[in-house]
Design a protein around this ligand. Structure first.
Ligand code: MG
Length: 320
């Protein structure tokens, strides 16, 4: 145990957990894309600058989908040049992944100097149809040339996989089906996976079962990231289950920005502050300054005109 700084929990390092976690910050993309009111480009750029100043090093910046699909991110061409040369607190270039749905999106991203891209597949047929208007295999076939070309340009490729645990139309998703699509994404050349609990129904045992199956199939744990939603209050428990399997990449959204479109009143993305609070308490290094991050989310909540859903943001804000 070490004595905490004000605004931080006491640290009790636990056996069998990673020493350091890389947080993949999704607030500027996954968070904002669900916002109805258009956020000005400069506000988005300032959000990313503040996230970097708070110590985040991997910040998903935007999406090069067709502007008609996600009007909130239609300014990707204007935004990306404003942030692409940002550095983290150690002076290293930020990792700024961007979503690319197809070759056209990839062309747009590469033309602006993006070095990290992400494709987004679904584990279920219903969501593949709803989100991409394709079958699961048709979507994979669409991504294959995107991944191949991105890799040929030395870009790092992340493969998002939605509905890894449950699907609003199909119910529980069989582990074997998720493993099959993960394998396909890695075989086509993705460097990293992000396992999405899109409707937040995962529980720790389910997380453990999926990770056991994936590693049993030879998927290296270093290639696995997790993306939990807090809809049923399980996101941190699920994260801890994943850490026990050796996962060291965790997606989170500053201030808990971003709901789930299928559960409108429910909490969506795991809040980065809640994650940092737990990891700090476990003595796990994130490189994030929780005070600066909380202030950033408070500032962003002001821009959006409503309070942050993050419990940690609320608790720390009320303390002062
Ligand atoms: Mg999400």
């Amino acid at each position: 145990m070490t004595t905490p700084e004000p605004g931080l929990p006491m640290a009790f390092p636990a056996e069998g957990l990673p020493a350091r976690i890389r947080i993949h910050e999704v607030g500027a993309r996954d968070g904002l894309q669900n916002e109805k009111a258009t956020v000005p480009t400069e506000t988005k750029a300032e959000f990313i600058r503040r996230l970097a100043a708070a110590g985040l090093t991997t910040i998903e910046a935007t999406s090069f989908v067709h502007p008609r699909w996600v009007p909130q991110l239609a300014d990707a061409e204007q935004l990306f040049p404003l942030v692409r040369d940002l550095r983290d607190r150690n002076g290293t270039a930020l990792a700024l992944p961007v979503l690319v749905p197809n070759e056209r999106g990839l062309d747009r991203a590469l033309a602006l100097g993006a070095t990290r891209v992400a494709v987004f597949a679904s584990a279920t047929e219903s969501f593949a149809k709803a989100n991409l208007n394709r079958t699961v295999d048709e979507a994979l076939a669409m991504f294959e040339p995107v991944v191949t070309r991105a890799r040929a340009q030395d870009a790092h490729v992340r493969g998002y996989l939605s509905m890894c645990f449950g699907d609003p139309w199909e119910g529980p998703v069989p582990v074997a089906r998720v493993v099959r699509v993960c394998r396909a994404l890695l075989d086509m050349g993705c460097d990293e996976l992000s396992l999405g609990d899109t409707i937040g129904v995962a529980t720790p045992g389910h997380v453990s079962a999926l990770l056991t199956a994936l590693t049993g199939e030879g998927v290296p744990v270093s290639a696995i990231g997790v993306h939990f939603h807090d809809t049923y209050g399980q996101a941190l428990a699920n994260t801890l289950a994943a850490l026990r399997h050796g996962v060291t990449t965790v997606d989170a959204s500053a201030g808990g920005l971003g709901g789930c479109p299928f559960a409108k009143s429910a909490t969506g993305n795991l809040a980065t502050e809640d994650l940092v609070w737990m990891l700090t308490g476990l003595g796990i290094d994130t490189g994030v300054d929780l005070g600066l991050l909380t202030a950033t989310s408070g500032w962003m909540a002001g821009q959006l005109g409503r309070p942050s859903p993050s419990r940690t943001v609320r608790a720390l804000s009320h303390k002062e």
